[in-house]
Design a protein around this ligand. Structure first.
Ligand code: GUN
Length: 280
């Protein structure tokens, strides 16, 4: 049997349409959400992501301000810009596109963003709030992962979720979010003894390691939901961390790459910006 393909692109479109309605109301009431995006240097992938974010803002009606800065900007100048955005009442969300060029201290920049405007959910205060289940901003990619699973209609409670990858941006927060949904969660990483055996126990498998087509057919419990966070470029083509062509024959549902988690990340960023504006 072939898995149901989870249409992240279509679901993200639905979410953007819902947000556009909400933003229109807010704008009428004089509370148009505003997002500041800071892009330092000329990393081509980052430039593409920033363009996608700007387009999504335009579509939804969120005011976006893109700050493009040269790679040799000083740490102090960058911190000053972040502080300006913190003080600007028309800006509700601030996103500094990562990675920053060499020589800039990412941690210090993230910590300079006001936690209330940290739509990435990377500030240690928001990381801590997520751990104790006390609100705050949630990182957009894991938020999108959980939303995709919810929209399959399969209850998460009591399920065994296996997350492959333990990054601060995806793996760890994804595991925390699924735990909050009352799943039983296993996190696998490079030192895990038998990753394939752990994955075979998963009702819901999340692959977020950045290794092209790592997850194979014989790693999958028949009928499992497979969410592929990987975006790897192989011979000019985008491929995920899951070997889609073979895994789709065993899984119950699976996200494609591209068109799965990627569009959801941006939709969740838009949602976080709207929520930040509502809280302000
Ligand atoms: N670079 C790649 N993904 C992200 C993200 O989600 N947020 C930020 N700020 N930078 C990124």
């Amino acid at each position: 049997m072939s898995a149901r393909i989870i249409d992240g692109k279509g679901i993200a479109q639905e979410i953007r349409a819902e947000l556009a309605k909400k933003v229109a109301e807010m704008t009428t009431q004089g509370n148009q959400p505003g997002l500041a995006v800071v892009l330092v240097g000329d990393d081509p992938a980052s430039a593409v992501y920033v363009r996608q974010k700007r387009r999504a803002c335009e579509e939804i009606g969120i005011r976006s301000v893109i700050h493009r800065l040269p790679a040799d900007i000083s740490q102090q100048e960058l911190l000053s810009l972040v502080e300006e955005c913190n003080q600007d009442k028309s800006i509700h969300g601030i996103l500094v596109q990562l990675p920053l060029p060499d020589g800039l201290n990412e941690e210090e920049v993230i910590e300079a963003i006001s936690p209330a405007k940290d739509v990435d959910g990377f500030h240690p205060i928001n990381v801590g709030r997520l751990q104790i289940g006390k609100g705050g901003s949630i990182p957009c990619t894991p938020a999108g992962v959980v939303e995709l699973v919810r929209r399959t209609g399969t209850p998460i409670e009591g399920k065994h979720v296996v997350v492959v990858g333990r990054s601060n941006i995806v793996g760890k927060p994804a595991a925390t979010l699924f735990l909050q949904e009352n799943a039983t969660v296993t996190i696998c990483h490079s030192r895990t003894k038998d990753v394939a055996a752990e994955c075979r126990r998963a009702d819901i498998l999340v692959a977020a390691v950045g290794r092209p087509r790592l997850v194979k057919k014989d790693w999958i419990k028949p009928g499992a939901i497979v969410i592929d966070v990987g975006i790897n470029r192989v011979d000019g083509k985008l491929v995920g961390d899951v070997d889609f062509d073979e895994v789709k024959d065993v899984a119950g549902a699976i996200t494609p790459v591209p068109g799965g988690v990627g569009p959801m990340t941006i939709a969740m960023l838009m949602k976080a910006t709207v929520e930040a504006a509502l809280r302000a």
